[in-house]
Design a protein around this ligand. Structure first.
Ligand code: ATP
Ligand code: MG
Length: 254
């Protein structure tokens, strides 16, 4: 049975998609059967693993609304052990269409039920909001991984996210755990990066992953080639960091 992890932070541009794509690829490279779920209408995780969202008839949108099974929507990728539930901009509509649906918060959970046995890990890339899509991700998940960018205001909005997680725990998903805070875009030559990462570690202690993701231009180039960093440039510091994160995640599994 897969461990389901939502990668969430309503703050934009903090490294959610980069983490979802590269952690998923790294888990797959470690022979873990992995499903990447793109739950963002921007569809960056979809294009990031080389799938052309425009050519798709069925996407995660149909799985959410229950008109297609997750099994029939999923796609293969360049990595044997990595599958994708793709998104396209149609997903914007789901946020509104789900409002009147019965059990609207658990649509993704229901959709994933039929594939959960096929994987070791399911990673969900969330959009930069705390709307119904992110709520669906948190309701479907065992844990949430929160990327934080090493810059001023990194923790801005974090209390709002933690409050949302508490509400989901109370109302919809009592077993939801915070699986960790991940420091991203760390620039070792920049004092601010060091200050921010120390502050976050003081504040959240053991909840912060040991692995830190460095700022690395290969990580920002790889998506335009439709490749995770480990297939684009395995020798890059970015690829190495996400492989280390995958090892840390596997090692600290209960
Ligand atoms: P959104 O909130 O819009 O979904 P996001 O949280 O998913 O954004 P990403 O898309 O992963 O964030 O990253 C934002 C930008 O920063 C992208 O252009 C990405 O390529 C770049 N980026 C992410 N992580 C790194 C890194 N470690 N080093 C260099 N560039 C990075
Ligand atoms: Mg994103």
């Amino acid at each position: 049975m897969a461990q389901i992890i939502a990668i969430a932070n309503q703050k934009g541009g903090v490294g959610k998609t980069t983490t979802a794509v590269n952690l998923a690829a790294s888990l797959a490279a470690a022979e873990k059967r992995t499903l990447l779920v793109d739950l963002d209408p921007q569809a960056n995780a979809t294009s990031g693993v080389g799938v052309d969202a425009h050519g798709l008839q069925h996407t995660v949108y149909h799985a959410l609304l229950g008109t297609e099974s997750a099994e029939s929507v999923r796609q293969e990728t360049a990595l044997d052990q990595l599958h994708l539930l793709p998104a396209n901009p149609d997903l914007i509509g789901a946020e509104v269409e789900l409002i009147s649906a019965l059990a609207r918060e658990s649509k993704l959970k229901s959709a994933l039920k039929e594939v959960v046995e096929d994987y070791d890990y399911i990673l969900i890339d969330c959009p930069p909001s705390l709307g119904l899509l992110t709520i669906n991700a948190l309701t479907a998940s065992d844990a949430v991984l929160i990327p934080l960018q090493c810059e001023y205001y990194a923790m801005e909005g974090l209390s709002q996210l933690v409050n949302t997680i508490r509400l989901i725990q109370q109302e919809l998903n009592p077993d939801l755990a915070i699986r960790g805070i991940l420091l991203t875009m760390f620039d070792s030559r920049n004092n601010l990066s060091h200050q921010v990462s120390e502050e976050i570690r003081q504040h959240f202690a053991a909840q912060v992953f040991q692995t830190i993701i460095p700022r690395n231009v290969r990580l920002s180039e790889a998506p335009s080639h439709g490749l995770p960093a480990l297939l684009y440039d395995i020798s890059s510091s970015g690829a190495a960091a996400y492989l280390a994160l995958a090892r840390e995640l596997i090692r600290t599994e209960h």
